[in-house]
Design a binder for this molecule. Sequence first.
Ligand SMILES: Nc1ncnc2c1ncn2[C@@H]1O[C@H](COP(=O)(O)OP(=O)(O)OP(=O)(O)O)[C@@H](O)[C@H]1O
Ligand SMILES: [Mg+2]
Length: 281
Amino acid sequence: MPLNQSDIFRLEHAGYSYSQGEPALSDVSLSVATGERVCILGANGCGKSTLLKIFAGLLFPQTGSFAAFGEPLSRSRCEDDSFAGEYHRKVGFIFQSPDVQLFCSTVRDEIAFGLLQQDLPDSEVQSRTADVMRMLGIESLAEKTPFRLSGGEKKKVAIAAVLAMNPGVLILDEPTNGLDPRTQSWLVRLLDALHSAGKTIVCSTHDLSLVTRISDRAILFSEEHTVAADLPTADLVRNVPLLKSVNLIDDGIPFACTAPSCYNQKSGPTNDDGTVTECRS
Ligand SMILES: Nc1ncnc2c1ncn2[C@@H]1O[C@H](COP(=O)(O)OP(=O)(O)OP(=O)(O)O)[C@@H](O)[C@H]1O
Ligand SMILES: [Mg+2]
């Protein structure tokens, strides 16, 4: 692939296997440029989460290469605390399962945690924490223990903790899973607003009703753990034979199709002028 100055992430012939030895990613070459809005699509187990963890600097390809912001990203570089801290400030990652992400004793501490690592003044940490809790409509959870929350509440806290850091690149693994329709709608429109503000957004999903709302480009993985197609999203969702071939449609039933109408609700996460509203009933 020719080098593009605006590339944020770049994988060349990358492969990754977990300890059991089966490939999770096989010969993957792709890049993501600044300001793009990309969706990673594919059936269960095809490697979406593995790819996103590589982007997040949590896993490292065992074959091929990976560069972030124009520099090779290796395990040894990420073992340097100051490098890793800086990287995680630039690249926010929301895990597929919020249980992996949440570890503090209260929701407020959870959201403040990343900000405290930046040595910001206490007043700023408190105000940014309060702002993001208000945005997500989770102020009433502030003093609760994250691991005692419902799945959807945990997901909101995990999203809040990453948004509080205001990273330039947002990586979201199945972001709408477990969220009720109002919160899904709010999140979709929030992603629109963040993209308009210049953020780079990479999401994984198997939800074909969601993908055209949250991405302009779709990278489709096959069940052989490699890239099957890399297309404008609008073209990809119309290509039924291709979607069938990778097990995203079977006998006319799309994978995880939720009601698309919920994305058109006026009560979503932005005001008429496009600014972000609070997410609440
Ligand atoms: N921690 C792990 N240890 C061993 N194997 C793993 C681990 N995590 C994932 N795998 C395997 O790696 C492959 C890719 O998994 P991955 O989680 O990346 O898929 P995915 O596309 O995100 O799937 P899903 O749609 O179910 O979230 C699968 O075969 C999976 O079983
Ligand atoms: Mg996954």
